[in-house]
Every structure is written in structure tokens, then in C-alpha cells.
Write a new protein. Structure first.
Length: 222
């Protein structure tokens, strides 16, 4: 259980209409973000575990702010933001990206290009995170320009995934080489890390297969 002390963020002036949607597939990170927003900020929070679930929630009631991970199953954060920006009804909603995987300058540039409002790296700096949330909820948010054309989005998206997939594959190979050399005391945590990396690799592989199919479909429709 997280222990939060009352502080500046509990000021009633921070209350906003609507709610904050948190989209995250890792339970302990979801709990951290959700609990922080509720108890440090006093915000109403709704949780979703991937982009598909998030879109379903948004269709029922648009949020005041979306806080989302990028690497998630079914629909990741890049696709979620692209879908939000395609729809004039949701184009104005500010989005904060949280990521530990997509942190290269090129990833952040692509995030901005598709319409993400802010980008924060994991592990989360709670003070910076809460200040960013307060800023986006209280300041006027400029409606993004027209979203990327579908083919342009998917080609840029494919490039980002390919780079991450290559990195994860190399990381797995390195971990597998090292596994026989670690001590028994370290083996459990080392194996858990390897399993997590393999799961991330598999998610990326599934996404790139979906993207390849989408690009092929777009090409055939022309």
C-alpha cells in the first residue's frame, strides 16, 4: 500500500470537472499512478489496461486528460493517440505518455508528431508528474493540427517498433548467455527479468505484424 502525505496537490482548487484516464497494463505501475492521482491530487481516476479498453471508456465519457503507457497488448499508446487525434470529438484531449521502452529522442519526436502533449520517462518522477498533470488540466490546450495521414503514421510507427524489437532481441540473447553464469541467489530475479523481456519482445512482434497488415491493406486500397 502506498503511503501518501497531504501536500499542495490536495488543494481543492486542483479539482477539475471530468476525470483522468490512466492506461497501463502493468498492475503495480497502474496502482502507483492511480493512487498518486487520487490521494495526492484528489482527482477522479478511471483505469484501462490497453488502448482498446481505453477507447471504449472514452466513447462513454471523454476524459479531461489521458495518462498512458506506450508498450501495451492489443493496442499500444501510439495507436491510441493516433485514434484520438483522428476523431474531432477527442482531438482536443491532452495526453501524457509514460514509457520505459520508447525513450530515445526519435521516439519522443514521433510521439510529439502524432499528437502526444507531454512525454515522461519511467521510473516516474512523482513531483514532475503531478506538476505536469496540474499544468495540462488548468492551462488552455491548443488543439493539434490535422493528424498524420494513415500511411505516414503506420510507416513511422513500424520504424519505431522495428528498432525496439531489434533491441529486445539483442537483450534476450545477452540475458540467455549470462543465465548459466549467475549464482543461485540471483537466478530467480534474473529469470524473471528474462521472462519480462521476452514478453515485451512478443508484444512488439504482435504489433509489427498488425502494422504490416495495415500498411498492406492501405496500399491495396489505392
Amino acid at each position: 500500500m502506498f503511503d501518501f502525505q497531504k501536500n499542495d496537490y490536495n488543494d481543492p482548487m486542483n479539482a477539475v470537472a471530468g476525470y483522468i484516464l490512466v492506461v497501463e497494463d502493468i498492475p503495480n505501475i497502474l496502482e502507483l499512478v492511480e493512487t498518486t492521482l487520487k490521494f495526492k491530487g484528489g482527482y477522479r481516476v478511471v483505469a484501462a489496461r490497453d488502448g482498446v479498453e481505453a477507447l471504449s471508456v472514452i466513447r462513454q465519457e471523454p476524459p479531461s486528460l489521458v495518462v498512458t503507457d506506450i508498450l501495451m497488448p492489443r493496442m499500444d499508446g501510439f495507436s491510441l493517440v493516433h485514434q484520438l487525434r483522428l476523431d474531432p470529438a477527442t482531438r482536443h484531449i491532452p495526453v501524457i505518455f509514460l514509457s520505459a521502452t520508447y525513450v530515445a529522442p526519435e521516439d519522443k519526436s514521433f510521439a510529439a508528431l502524432i499528437g502526444a502533449t507531454r512525454f515522461l520517462e519511467k521510473p516516474i518522477d512523482i513531483d514532475l508528474f503531478m506538476k505536469t498533470v496540474a499544468e495540462l488540466l488548468t492551462q488552455e490546450f491548443a488543439v493539434p493540427s490535422e493528424p498524420l495521414k494513415e500511411l505516414e503514421f503506420y510507416e513511422g510507427y513500424r520504424k519505431r517498433i522495428r528498432i525496439k524489437l531489434d533491441q529486445k532481441s539483442k537483450q534476450i540473447a545477452r540475458l540467455e548467455r549470462l543465465l548459466p553464469t549467475v549464482s543461485e541467489a540471483e537466478k530467480e530475479s534474473f529469470t524473471a527479468s528474462l521472462r519480462a523481456t521476452i514478453a515485451e519482445r512478443d508484444e512488439l512482434q504482435a504489433h509489427i505484424e498488425q502494422v504490416e497488415k495495415r500498411i498492406e491493406a492501405i496500399a491495396q486500397s489505392r
